[in-house]
Design a protein around this ligand. Structure first.
Ligand SMILES: [Mg+2]
Length: 119
């Protein structure tokens, strides 16, 4: 079973993604900002892929990406953001493995997760 870590400050997004990916057979952990995300990653080194929001309090997704990449260059990180145009211009995307724009249709997100996990 593959394990996902979902990091987003919006509760309804965490709930939506958790339900979606649990139903699809993944083990899912969640965190509400980058700082919590780093703690979860430390507690759960078995995480196979991270779904990452950018705009969050405490520690945003850009800073989280930088920190994780200092420790781990290979862990797949998929940015999930409402700001699709913004992210294309932001260098942080180069530290990630791609991004999906937030919509109510999770098909694109599911497909990208599968692809990055080699499923
Ligand atoms: Mg946010």
């Amino acid at each position: 079973m593959k394990t996902l870590l979902i990091i987003d400050d919006e509760k309804h997004i965490r709930f939506l993604y958790e339900e979606e990916f649990s139903d699809a057979g993944y083990q899912v952990f969640t965190a509400s900002n980058g700082l919590e995300g780093l703690q979860m990653l430390e507690q759960h080194p078995e995480v196979d892929l991270i779904l990452l929001d950018i705009k969050m309090p405490e520690m945003d997704g850009t800073e989280f990406l930088r920190r994780v990449r200092q420790m781990n260059e290979k862990l797949p990180i998929l940015i999930s953001t409402a700001y699709g145009d913004y992210i294309q211009q932001d260098f942080s995307v180069w530290l990630s493995n791609g991004y999906a724009v937030k919509t109510s249709d999770l098909g694109e997100l599911r497909a990208k997760v599968k692809e990055l996990l080699g499923e």
